[in-house]
Design a protein around this ligand. Structure first.
Ligand SMILES: *Cc1c(COP(=O)(O)O)cnc(C)c1O
Length: 499
């Protein structure tokens, strides 16, 4: 204890402050000396399961980091640190804190969420969920050596496209097929192969931007093609294409205007006419379908979307489409069409940079095989099951969840069930909305604070162990229940909704 204390003659409450100060300084010194050593922590046994799971190094590094932090807090004279170290079970709690931090370091940031946005094939939420068959194939491919590029008959090098080509050609009526990383890659590769340093003729109304950074004019530039736009925004005629063809023309191109529609006084040239023109003039004709369904969606009471087969039948020399939009498979881009052109595409050095791995191939093949069983397509393909889910079935989901959600939000928000419209997503059929049901959550808030309450509410749902993602519209939070399958999981975690 400090000597000066004896001579101190201030009023008594000052003395008590002084005494407290001295005790604190004493404690601080003591605590700094008593900071646990790394070895002591690691040997205490409390961290042994973490060491088993995550390895000695990670736990040791984290322990060092936490000790340094604690020392810093002591030096900054933080009361909480002083009090904590005085607790009898400090060491146990300290080890728990280290364990938690190590677990957090190893936890994935890529986690499942509930997609209640009302957009079924949602690019930012990872598009299609895969069927069980595809997952099984992926695991097998991932955990084994495979004959990915090995011909078992000849014992020589094989072709990775060979595994899928037959199935894709059967489904689409095309002569040949190849697969790349996504449809953007497919378009880039086709343009670069067939029209490098040449002109690509395309209708002005089809120079689309498809979310993120995919804009047709930019892709043309990256592929070293010159964009030759023809016609007007709303109307383009066959004679516009014909007039634009010259000795520099490499390609006639048609792009499916996935995410918007021009209505009213419009005109575009059908694929069959373009195909005829292209044959007459000896210039290839390519159609980028974007979504590209393999089957006619009208059989599921969904709006018509051009199928790949229709487009091939109408005479497109090459067709490009996504594997994870209306096909319901893994992220990939598929190019089908004339064998001679596919061969050229495959020998482009860029193909090597854009090719898919064995795991994607395995998943895609499994999904395409499901299409060979058309009667059970809807039952076996999650993407299609969600798209085709009737409003009555969604209404049943709403009836199952409304009470619990209302109860959990009692006093904070009003919850009702309302009719709403879902979207297919990924640019497909922007105007055709599917009839659905939503939980409609209206926060109870003072005037002027509704927005803030709404943001807090949305955040609380996004902070759940399996985050729930909805959409905000008109001062309400909407959870479109079309894609809600596991009701028990959804309701079970509502107890941990933050206040
Ligand atoms: C979605 C889309 C693309 C890009 O496909 P990704 O699979 O996202 O790479 C290209 N063209 C059209 C017309 C599209 O709709």
């Amino acid at each position: 204890m400090d000597n000066t204390y004896n001579y101190y003659s201030a009023p008594s409450h000052d003395i008590s402050i002084f005494t407290a100060y001295s005790i604190r300084r004493y404690k601080l010194k003591n605590h700094l000396q008593n900071l646990p050593s790394i070895d002591k922590l690691l040997q205490s046994g409390s961290l042994s399961s973490q060491i088993d799971k995550f390895g000695h190094k990670s736990v040791k590094d984290e322990a060092r980091c936490q000790i340094d932090n604690l020392r810093e807090s002591l030096l900054q004279k933080e009361d909480s640190a002083l009090t904590w170290m005085s607790k009898p079970d400090f060491l146990e709690e300290f080890c728990q804190q280290i364990s938690k931090a190590v677990r957090a370091q190893f936890s994935s940031t890529l986690i499942p969420v509930f997609n209640l946005t009302g957009t079924v094939v949602h690019t930012n939420l990872g598009r299609s969920s895969l069927p069980a068959e595809a997952v099984e194939s992926m695991v097998t491919a991932a955990t084994h050596a495979t004959n990915l590029e090995y011909d078992l008959l000849s014992g020589k090098r094989g072709d990775r496209d060979s595994h899928l080509e037959r199935a894709i050609c059967e489904m689409t009526g095309a002569e040949a097929a190849t697969v790349v990383n996504n449809n953007a890659a497919a378009v880039l590769l086709v343009l670069n192969t067939l029209a490098m340093n040449k002109e690509v003729i395309i209708s002005r109304g089809e120079l689309v931007e498809i979310g993120g950074a995919f804009r047709i004019p930019d892709v043309m530039e990256s592929a070293h093609c010159t964009l030759r736009e023809i016609g007007t925004t709303n109307r383009t005629h066959l004679k516009d294409y014909a007039a634009a063809i010259n000795s520099d023309t490499g390609l006639l191109m048609k792009v499916h205007t996935s995410n918007y529609e021009i209505r009213g006084f419009t005109s575009s040239v059908p694929e069959s006419d373009l195909s005829e023109l292209s044959k007459e003039r000896g210039i290839p004709f390519v159609s980028d379908l974007g979504s590209g369904s393999l089957v006619d969606l009208r059989q599921f009471d969904l709006p018509y979307e051009p199928t790949v087969k229709d487009t091939v039948d109408m005479g497109a020399d090459l067709v490009t489409f996504s594997g994870d939009k209306l096909l319901g498979g893994p992220q990939s881009g598929i190019i089908v069409g004339k064998r001679e052109l596919i061969e050229r595409v495959k020998s482009n050095p860029l193909k090597r940079a854009l090719r898919v791995d064995k795991i994607t191939l395995a998943a895609l093949l499994a999904v395409i095989n499901i299409y060979k069983d058309p009667d059970r397509l809807e039952a076996r393909l999650p993407m299609l099951a969600d798209l085709a889910r009737p409003a009555a079935a969604i209404e049943e989901v709403a009836a199952k969840v409304i009470a619990t959600v209302s109860e959990r939000l009692a006093g904070k928000a009003l919850v009702t069930v309302q009719a709403c419209k879902s979207q297919i997503g990924s640019g497909a059929l922007p105007l055709d909305l599917l009839e659905s049901r939503a939980l409609c959550i209206t926060p109870i808030a003072e005037k002027g604070k509704t927005d803030e309450a709404l943001q807090r509410l949305s955040l609380a749902f996004r902070a759940l162990p399996k985050p729930v993602i909805g959409r905000v519209s008109d001062g309400r939070l909407l959870f479109d229940l079309r894609c809600l399958r596991n009701v028990d999981d959804f309701l079970g975690q509502l107890d941990s909704l933050a206040d």
